[in-house]
Design a protein around this ligand. Sequence first.
Ligand SMILES: NC(=O)c1ccc[n+]([C@@H]2O[C@H](COP(=O)([O-])OP(=O)(O)OC[C@H]3O[C@@H](n4cnc5c(N)ncnc54)[C@H](OP(=O)(O)O)[C@@H]3O)[C@@H](O)[C@H]2O)c1
Length: 253
Amino acid sequence: MQRYGLIGRKLGHSFSKDHFTKVFAKVGLKDHLYDLFELAEISDFPDLLKNNLELQGLNVTIPYKEDVIPYLDELDPLAAAVGAVNTIVIKNGRTKGYNTDVAGFRSLIGPMAIDLRDKGSDVKARALVLGSGGASRAVAFVLREMGIRFRIVSRSRERGDLTWDLIDPTILRVCRLIINTTPLGMQPDVKDAPPLPYAALTAKHALIDLVYNPEETVFLRQGKEQGAKTVGGLGMLNAQADEAWKIWQEAAK
Ligand SMILES: NC(=O)c1ccc[n+]([C@@H]2O[C@H](COP(=O)([O-])OP(=O)(O)OC[C@H]3O[C@@H](n4cnc5c(N)ncnc54)[C@H](OP(=O)(O)O)[C@@H]3O)[C@@H](O)[C@H]2O)c1
């Protein structure tokens, strides 16, 4: 029996069990299982490992991608650079953390071929990253890699560059790529959306939502209504899960 799973606080929204159960069935792995493990606190993580010695790998979701790090024996260099873990390998009683959200976000933003330069100008527009959690760290890593300057919007002054009350039409004129890494708009609270002055968006803006359920969030719909280019989180979700599966297969060799 090879057992994998997902840890997070509330997992009703999770796509992973269905996704990996289908992956295992497709390649005929009848002895592979994928389970959901809701942890009220990350301090419950060591007990989860002790009580499930057959676990070979875990995914990590909201809100534990950063908090799980002190509980791991080792970090892959990319996960260490990002400061967030969404995939864990458990082998010979040791745990190693990886980050596959980076690969997922690269595969989402790459094909968008976003050009933030105005015609006749060398000055590049900037990005706004909404939220400062685990996924935000992976997004920030990729934006730095691409040379896109950005500001992080947070509820807390300490964790971000801007708080929400400061986001006005002037800032949206400068920041034409907006990436939602908060859970706002996710099932079951599908009517929620990041509080932005949406009327200031234009056809020169691009909006990316990491939320994948629903496929089109209120955030994306409002952007589309202003003519902005929009992309949801489903492509990234599949890409980061494929990458996690590659890591687990490699570790099982
Ligand atoms: N498509 C994909 O492959 C993919 C991959 C990763 C994550 N996601 C999605 O991205 C979202 C975030 O995941 P995560 O793992 O990064 O979670 P996380 O570590 O908990 O971070 C979420 C961040 O969003 C902000 N936030 C939370 N509640 C908020 C609220 N009510 N109002 C405003 N801001 C709020 C917080 O930032 P501040 O404290 O700074 O305000 C928080 O740190 C989830 O919906 C998840 O499903 C999708």
